[in-house]
Design a protein around this ligand. Structure first.
Ligand code: ZN
Length: 51
């Protein structure tokens, strides 16, 4: 059965890669990168590969 959905955020500005959950994903889209403050688009977030 599926666990909590996680996503991988790759910032196009600071190139930081962060694994985030649904809530954090929504926060990133709302406020931007937590590291550099760059705007975040849907395309900067990808579903983390699950085993
Ligand atoms: Zn950034």
């Amino acid at each position: 059965m599926p666990g909590p959905q996680t996503h991988t955020f790759d910032c196009p500005e600071c190139h930081r890669s962060i694994e985030v959950d649904d809530a954090m994903r929504a926060t990133l889209l709302d406020v931007g990168c937590v590291v550099c403050g760059a705007p975040v688009a849907e395309c900067d977030l990808s579903d983390a590969p699950t085993a």
